[in-house]
Design a protein around this ligand. Structure first.
Ligand SMILES: NC(=O)c1ccc[n+]([C@@H]2O[C@H](COP(=O)([O-])OP(=O)(O)OC[C@H]3O[C@@H](n4cnc5c(N)ncnc54)[C@H](OP(=O)(O)O)[C@@H]3O)[C@@H](O)[C@H]2O)c1
Length: 368
């Protein structure tokens, strides 16, 4: 039975650059055709929230309601929904396009194709770690790098170039956590990772064949040796730090390689006292990256994943729950942000990102 749709609810709002967040009361939007009203339980903060709050990335301020991943339950269904969701079903998803869709609020209203069902009894907080990062990893591999990720995958299917060398730089990041097992699921067998040492064993379980510490002064030489004469064909830069990942990768990436870089390129990292500087162009002459002739750097914008009709209709409602169910991917580790209200919890997450204290985990907070 449907619960009455509330007249209004609270959401987190970033008003101006590096200004304190605010909590606004806004009208709750009833779901229209193919839409679902979700009572959000948990929202996941991501570095994108920091890029917008501190750097006004892409003119994203004021940012009403945050954007990113959520877990919650179906409060109401609009007409003509087709995915089989029912009132009360637990759901998780990644939404961002409109204020009513965003996850940092008590209720969100979004298309049913932008969420999947959580199995009964599963930890919804763990499921909130998945959607934005999983969608990014899939979109990066399949669309930006043009790798084969068939769905459904026929039994025994393997890519033609199974042992082509792939480098996942920053594999302990949220995106790396899903890129590695997706590559393993797709059959790629020569996947090298960089991450802090403490994550290496875990990353090998997830699918890395070798792991190197990105802080090691010899990391570029070690990675060249690990790739051998063909060199890496595919690169996933999960970090996009100008000095910390982009420049070292440019030294390794040879002709014929494609390098997918998570945007923005971080020219200067935000801290409590310093404003960030970003670039949205991986070939920006102002940042002077010395890409070798014949290498192909591309900037990743996950928000474009819906341009692929298959992904738009199936990635979140079908593929993501199925890969979790089969155990081919698993939720990331998470840390719960405590605080008296959403505002305090969302601020805590921003502060942890500013202090660089997030390692191999998602920051999750309750919207109650
Ligand atoms: N454009 C897009 O569509 C898109 C989508 C998703 C993410 N992104 C961007 O990608 C970046 C990462 O996001 P995220 O959510 O994955 O972040 P995250 O999980 O919070 O990143 C933290 C991890 O980054 C690792 N790290 C930090 N500096 C590194 C470096 N120089 N080399 C290798 N690893 C490094 C740390 O590794 P250790 O703890 O092992 O040291 C830590 O585990 C953000 O800027 C985000 O906005 C962009």
């Amino acid at each position: 039975m449907s619960t009455p749709i509330p007249k209004s609810h609270k959401r987190v709002v970033a008003i101006a650059k590096r200004a304190p967040l605010e909590l606004h009361t806004v009208p709750t939007k009833a779901p229209e055709a193919n839409e679902v009203l979700v009572r959000v339980s948990y929202a996941a903060s991501s570095p994108l929230n920091l890029h917008v709050a501190d750097g006004n990335l892409l003119g994203g301020l004021p940012n009403v309601g945050w954007n990113g991943a959520f877990a919650g339950s179906v409060a109401a269904l609009g007409p003509e929904t087709q995915t089989g969701l029912k009132i009360g079903d637990p759901v998780f998803g990644f939404t961002w396009r409109d204020n009513k869709e965003k996850s940092g609020q008590e209720y969100l209203t979004a298309p049913e194709t932008m969420m999947g069902r959580i199995p009964d009894g599963a930890d919804e907080r763990a499921y909130a770690t998945v959607p934005d990062s999983f969608v990014t990893a899939w979109h990066t591999l399949r669309t930006e790098l043009g790798m084969k990720l068939p769905w459904p995958k026929p039994d025994g299917w393997k890519p033609r170039n199974v042992d082509t060398p792939v480098l996942v730089w920053g594999a302990s990041s949220s995106v790396g956590w899903f890129a590695l097992p997706l590559l393993k699921w797709a059959g790629y067998t020569n996947v090298v990772a960089t991450a802090g040492m403490k994550h290496h064993e875990r990353l090998k379980q997830l699918g890395a064949t070798k792991a190197f510490d990105y802080r090691d002064g010899d990391v570029v030489e070690k990675l060249r040796d690990a790739a051998g004469p063909p060199g890496f064909r595919y690169f996933v830069d999960c970090i996009g730090s100008l000095e910390g990942s982009v420049r070292p990768i440019a030294q390794i990436a040879g002709p014929g390689s494609t390098i997918a870089i998570m945007l923005p390129v971080i020219v200067r990292t935000a801290t409590e006292t310093v404003e960030p500087i970003y670039s949205m162009d991986v070939k920006d002459p102002e940042i002077h990256v010395d890409w070798k002739d014949g290498s192909n750097p591309v900037g990743v914008r996950t928000h474009f994943y819906t341009k692929d009709e298959f992904a738009a209709n199936n990635l979140q409602p079908v593929v993501m729950p199925a890969l979790l169910q089969s155990g081919d991917i698993e939720p990331a580790s998470y840390r719960i942000m405590e605080g008296k209200d959403m505002l305090e919890r969302a601020e805590k997450a921003l502060s942890l990102f500013r202090s660089g204290a997030v390692s191999g985990e998602r920051l999750i907070w309750s919207t109650s």
